[in-house]
Design a protein around this ligand. Structure first.
Ligand code: CA
Length: 219
């Protein structure tokens, strides 16, 4: 996923950034609302993690402007204020979920995954494609019951393919999935990881659509 993190607390922002990125998501971190608006002009984010008190305004006002403009990008608000009224205000403003600081980073990841699955149209963390079973909650893939030993990059590519079984996924979309692992993506990175996945998947599940991209399972 491409995640926009809006948080001006450098210690917390750094911890959240590193933790979410380590799970294979591409995270852009900004500390102000104007930078968040700029980032959204160029990138179509899958999820926004939004602090409420920013140097140049209130996170809730930012969220209200987004929703008023018809933007349905999932938003999880992060609030230091453990007050029911603030949480209700946030949900009413169009937040999908909230976290009360200090929160556990594993809880953040679980909520992030749940929100992403709901928006992906499939709240079930379990996906089955032929002999392949994928548990997005545990980030685990099995073929015929055997757990595959996948690196974070291989997982990122496989998850992106598995979200749309039987559907063409472009090389650019797979490059997006790999973006989290560094700004420099080698031009053949997607081919490299698809090739490694093919070796680990045993069954020939990933089909190449020449010049266009890849497809997992039958169309
Ligand atoms: Ca803040």
């Amino acid at each position: 996923m491409r995640v926009l993190l809006v948080e001006d607390d450098l210690a917390l922002g750094g911890a959240v950034h590193d933790h979410v990125a380590a799970q294979g998501h591409a995270v852009d971190w900004v500390t102000r609302l104007d930078a968040a608006s700029d980032a959204r002009l160029t990138v179509d984010y899958d999820l926004i993690l939004l602090d409420l008190g920013l140097p140049d305004g209130r996170g809730l006002d930012f969220l209200r402007r987004m929703r008023k403009a018809g933007d349905t990008t999932p938003v999880i608000i992060m609030t230091a204020m453990d007050q029911l009224s603030i949480r209700i205000e946030g949900l009413n403003a169009g937040a999908d979920d909230y976290l009360v600081k200090p929160f556990d980073l594993s809880e953040l990841l679980a909520r992030l995954g749940a929100v992403a699955r709901r928006y992906g149209g499939n709240p079930n963390p379990m996906l089955a494609i032929g002999p392949l079973e994928i548990d997005r909650g545990r980030r685990q893939a099995k073929v015929e019951g055997h757990v595959l030993d996948l690196t974070a990059r291989e997982w990122a590519v496989l998850e992106r393919l598995a979200l749309h079984p039987g559907i063409l996924v472009s090389k650019a979309q797979l490059e997006d999935a790999l973006f989290a692992f560094g700004a420099e993506i080698e031009s053949n990175a997607v081919e490299v990881y698809v090739s490694r996945l093919r070796k680990k998947l045993i069954a020939d599940l990933i089909h190449t659509v020449r010049g266009l991209g890849y497809r997992l399972g039958e169309s």
